[in-house]
Write a protein that binds this ligand. Sequence first.
Ligand code: NAD
Length: 250
Amino acid sequence: MGRLAGKIAIVTGAASGLGRACATRFAQEGARVVIADVQDDLGEAVAEELGGLYVHTDVSVPEEVEKMIRFTVDSCERIDILMNNAGVDGEGGITGESSIDNWKRVMSINIDGVYYGMKYVLPVMIEQRAGVILNTASTVGCNAIPGLPAYTASKAGVIQLSKTTAIEYADKHIRVNAICPAVVDTPLVRALIEASPDSEAVRRGFEMMNPMPGMVTTDAVASAALFLVSDEAAFITAVALPIDGGYTAR
Ligand SMILES: NC(=O)c1ccc[n+]([C@@H]2O[C@H](COP(=O)([O-])OP(=O)(O)OC[C@H]3O[C@@H](n4cnc5c(N)ncnc54)[C@H](O)[C@@H]3O)[C@@H](O)[C@H]2O)c1
């Protein structure tokens, strides 16, 4: 018996990266996973590999998020876990020089998307008298970094929104937490390193940015996510858990 045996778990942005790693771990622990993404071919392949379901969902569109929740209830009868993970970092550029289009796009996916997910799943979880929500924030939601104003603001918003909702729904036996990974060794980050003119220096920079040497792994993030969505964390809510080798403690 796995730690999530019999649970139904939706993971948004699970066609790749952290979402995929978390969905894989949830499935290995016995959950039936619903993969929600905009990359249909990749998402369908992940769902098939994990014996789960795929539903096309652009999290920035409220009607699509509502449809994702309805699809899951119709197919699986309940929703035990919702991981609002889909996110984009957007274009680089300091506040005065970044575009309004970029601001709106990052906010619509990273913060509006998390709000829509919670708004539409909460009635289901209230009726079930149980449920767990896990939102993917970032260390940049705690410690500001220059050059990604929309991304950092959106992730700070995810942390406060998660805590607010956690307090509001605690008496309904619904837990809401956030995870705050530092830079994670994903294919996307690896590609970014390879694309830079001095890739060795960039890699070393990422590996030395946390007090613990080395980059955060997708495995480490999946393990933390698994703990927070499992019954082992039954009394843990309103937490924003850094997975950062000590980065945010400085
Ligand atoms: N990789 C890191 O270093 C890191 C660190 C901290 C936090 N995060 C956060 O982790 C989450 C996942 O990032 P990742 O690194 O795995 O990136 P990724 O690009 O590999 O995965 C993101 C997934 O989200 C999907 N997505 C994008 N826009 C969407 C939308 N509108 N609707 C539905 N799905 C959409 C993409 O198709 C993709 O499958 C994001 O919220 C990101 O901000 C990543």
